[in-house]
Design a binder for this molecule. Sequence first.
Ligand code: HEC
Ligand code: HEC
Length: 506
Amino acid sequence: MKKIKYALAILLPGAALLILLAITSSKKIDIPKTWDMEEIKRFHLHPPNRNVKVKYVPEDIYYNLKEFVLYKNYPLYVKEYEPENYQDSLASLAPEIAVDFSKLVTEEDWIKAGKLVFNMPASLTPANTPLFLDSAFINLTGLEMLPDGEYPYGRYVQTPEGLMRGILSCASCHTKVTEDGELIEGGQGDFIFDRQFGFIVERFSIPIPPDPDGSVVFAPWVDYDERFKKWTSKDQKLALKAIPPGVMVRQGGGVISPIAIPSLFGIKDIKYMDRTGLMKHENIGDLMRYAAFNQGLDMFNKYDDYIPMSGFESHEQITPEEEWSHPFGYANRRYSDEQLYALAKYVYSLEPPENPNKFSAELLERGEVIFAEQGCVTCHPPPLFTNNKLLPATSDFEIPEEDKQELDIFNISVETDPFLAMKTRRGTGYYKVPSLRGAWMREAFFHNGNLASVEDVLDPARLEESYVPTGFKPHDLETMAVKGHPFGLELNKEDKSALVAYIKSL
Ligand code: HEC
Ligand code: HEC
């Protein structure tokens, strides 16, 4: 008996210690450091002009930026649908922090918190500033709303400074509303942000600089084509209004070269992010860095002596002063590393909705054979339906020696329009091979989203100058060829239908 007691006396504290260790180690998660200069230099590709030196915001300045606070936020409604006294009732609430990151333990906890970060608006304006979101505006612009009148691209946020209206969460641009009014987070976004902005600046005669003068696209090393040099402020507004759902202006590409929004499903397997492969994706930290850059920090990159963020000449000036007045004022804030980690976990967890297309097994088999025969499998091999490689955007681009070592390149150009890859700040000299998974639910194809369907990608008429693009068509062109990617164009009708069915089944 004594012996047993003695053994217990030794074993029990040992067991307690083990249990304690197990608990603490399950809590301790190794969160990557987002703004690690060595990692940033590895993950961010160079502009196609290798003489340009790119410098990033230094680590100490980045970590001194104020953090976004994840307050609880509430739906925004189109005016006629807003419940009575809605804004007053929100304004009377106490600001509430939505997540305590120190309490997150399980994978599910992190994913749930990440969903809130995904929906957290980055850009806030006091709620009492005028808003023209009524049914007339919805009809005029073709904006989507949910069946109960909710406008899913913005939120109200109750903060210590008062009630705010917020936009530009990840969800603003990466949410799709289906014809049945269903919301799909992570689908190809259909927020016509630019068109809406175009209507607003036109209505209030707000002068905006024409691209390529504007800091949204201007790249100091680029000699712009005559066509763009002639653009006026009016062109800029018309250009904004010409951008259809599924396509968006992103800083660095600008209105000259709006970009098809990707769907985020399956991003974990994708090695290069963005159409131009601008950022590598080798670990979860890279997705965190991607989010930090693209929520505005890339406006502070320094290209030789030029910083795109207008009014800023050095990194030392970055202070959170102009938060509400500057169009990129929200870039004066950063996400915490915990918020970004949760966000990345959530993005990895996104699952596509069920594919409603039902094709006969026979048709799909035939499609699969054609997909192989036509050589599609070389670049779009299963299971990812991309070979995850970068292709030179034009055969004129001379691949630098160091790229051959560092990047996964397939040295064949499909010769689509090289502008985005060669003449913008998002440019790298390359286009990546996009995955065809989920193509059935997308409505913008090729990097500029010039084509609205898989059928149009395979339509030889698009190579003619007399073609009217079915997707994004620049406002100043009546017709234009959507050139390049000359695959599968010559198939007969049956084979083409089988190939389209196969792609839409993926
Ligand atoms: C203003 C709209 C907008 C906002 C806000 C936005 N994105 Fe995007 N996102 C885009 C567009 C447009 C692209 C395509 C860019 C390109 O190809 O160069 C993109 C690309 C991406 C990609 C690359 C995917 C791929 O397959 O290449 C990821 C990942 C991504 N966004 C995640 C996020 C996350 C996370 C957030 C929130 C922190 C966010 N985005 C906020 C519009 C937006
Ligand atoms: C040599 C490599 C290569 C081959 C072969 C190839 N593709 Fe592509 N594919 C690409 C690249 C690169 C793009 C992106 C072009 C761009 O964005 O400008 C693309 C884009 C696409 C797109 C548009 C996807 C999107 O989201 O923008 C579809 C659809 C497509 N390919 C289908 C096919 C089919 C079908 C075949 C065979 C008939 C095929 N591809 C053969 C490289 C290839």
